[in-house]
Design a protein around this ligand. Structure first.
Ligand code: BGC
Length: 448
């Protein structure tokens, strides 16, 4: 059988993604470390503990990432490690981050660094974090320090990871720390502060390194009215899409706070991003209701849902969100995409089908420059603890033993060849052959 291929550009970034608190271990000055000890906060009372042991030995997984053929990795810095007490910077921690970043560069893996990925220093939370004006100066100082010490190794930066997820989980849902929940009023205020922090970080980085690329990682689900629901639900789906997906992006474009998140302009915010980072996982259905519930928790019959009911697998949604980001007229990176799948039953097809959407977009000359799979190795999944396994590489947190899942081998073939092929589909996910390469499927396909 001939091999049919979907080829990617030679400068494409093949990456994986992680976040500090989820992989480093022993982040004892972080708000999440304390949150973990609250009864009921984490599923099955799991603890991050050593996590994936990156603080001691990130190099082990970086070797694997290099072996896999990746040329990029997105990781985050733990602010509470770098600044364990207000204005006290830990030089040894900065040195360790330098060593990790240098280790990436030496392995041919380009670093993309996130400055804020959900976790905060405990002392900052005590001072009111994003509900206090002081966060701006503290964040600015932290970013300046980091840029001064690590900036020469970092061509790509993410200022804030998934601001809307952070805000909703923390202020409304309650699955993120701290226990006090100031509700909508607190959320509105923090929305503006996060944007202001982003703008400040953007300009600090650009002043030091004019050519650095700086953006955000925006979680962009598809929101759609539940099939069969009426016009009110379609209207509501549009509102939810605007609130969750578009309001933040619009503010970064025009520098203005949108209603209902506030009013007025934020200094230096307009056009403060060089690329759009898309974290894409799933599609949510909505139905209009007077409780203004956001999303349905049941799926229409026939929907493929990943393990632990994490979400629908909807690869075409990735193409749709890429399209929705075209009006921003910036390069696009898929900064996260993955699924929990301990048994690796769905992941090979998931990877092939999502990357097919990326390939399709690139074929239409949409500027998608890279893809960072979440995640390289199993890690501590926030309030879901160790119950969800997103890694290409599996990890036993007790023994720290690792094993490549079949998906890691598949990703290796993809990254090394800059392509998706009918051979890969036949080997790793035969059900994808007819979908992706109809002419190559064993059964004849009738048509033109
Ligand atoms: C977050 C990651 C998280 C992943 C999987 C994203 O929302 O940025 O930290 O682990 O989703 O749930």
């Amino acid at each position: 059988m001939a091999t049919a291929k979907m080829l990617f550009p030679p400068d494409f970034r093949w990456g994986t993604a992680t976040a500090a608190f989820q992989v480093e271990g022993n982040n004892k000055n972080s708000d999440w470390w304390v949150w973990e000890t609250q009864p009921g906060a984490i599923l099955n009372s799991h603890h991050s503990g050593l996590a994936s042991n990156w603080w001691a030995n990130a190099e082990l997984d970086l070797d694997a990432a290099a072996e896999m053929g990746t040329n990029a990795h997105r990781l985050s810095l733990e602010w509470s490690r770098i600044e364990p007490e207000p204005s006290v910077f830990d030089e040894a921690a900065l040195e360790r981050y330098r060593a990790i970043l240098q280790g990436m560069v030496d392995r041919g893996i380009e670093p993309m660094v996130t400055l804020h990925h959900f976790s905060n220093p405990l002392w900052l939370v005590e001072k009111g974090d994003f509900n206090s004006e002081i966060v701006l100066d503290y964040f600015g100082r932290y970013v300046s320090k980091v840029v001064q010490r690590l900036g020469d190794l970092v061509p790509k930066w993410i200022t804030i990871n998934e601001p809307m997820v952070y805000l909703f989980m923390r202020y409304l849902d309650g699955s993120f720390p701290p226990p006090q929940r100031p509700g909508w009023g607190g959320l509105r205020e923090a929305f503006g502060r996060l944007l202001a922090c982003h703008a400040r970080a953007y300009h600090i980085i650009k002043e030091a390194y004019r050519t650095a690329e700086v953006g955000i990682a925006k979680n962009m689900p598809i929101f759609e009215a539940k099939p069969g629901s009426g016009v009110a639900s379609r209207w509501w789906a549009g509102r939810v899409d605007w609130l969750f997906n578009k309001a933040w992006m619009g503010a970064m474009v025009n520098g203005r706070l949108p209603s209902p998140f506030g009013r007025g302009t934020i200094p230096h915010l307009a056009n403060s991003f060089d690329f759009v980072g898309i974290n894409y996982y799933t599609r949510f259905y909505t139905t209009f209701n007077l409780r203004f519930d956001w999303i349905e928790h049941e799926w229409p019959a026939g929907t493929i849902v990943s393990d632990s009911n994490y979400g629908e697998i909807y690869p075409y949604g990735l193409y749709r969100v890429i399209k929705s980001a075209l009006p921003y007229k910036k390069p696009i990176y898929i900064t996260e995409n993955g699924l929990p799948d301990a048994a690796d039953k769905l992941r090979p097809a998931f990877i092939l089908d999502h990357l097919r959407q990326v390939w399709q977009a690139i074929s239409f000359c949409f500027p998608v420059m890279g893809y960072y799979h979440w995640s390289l190795v199993d890690n501590f999944e926030w309030d879901r603890g160790w119950t969800q396994r997103f890694g290409l590489i599996s990890l036993d947190p007790e023994t720290q033993a690792r094993a490549w899942r079949p998906s890691a081998n598949l990703y290796q073939e993809i990254c090394r060849s800059y392509s998706l092929s009918s051979d890969m589909a036949a080997t790793y996910a035969p059900e994808m052959l007819a979908v992706m390469f109809p002419g190559e499927a064993p059964a004849p396909v009738h048509g033109w």
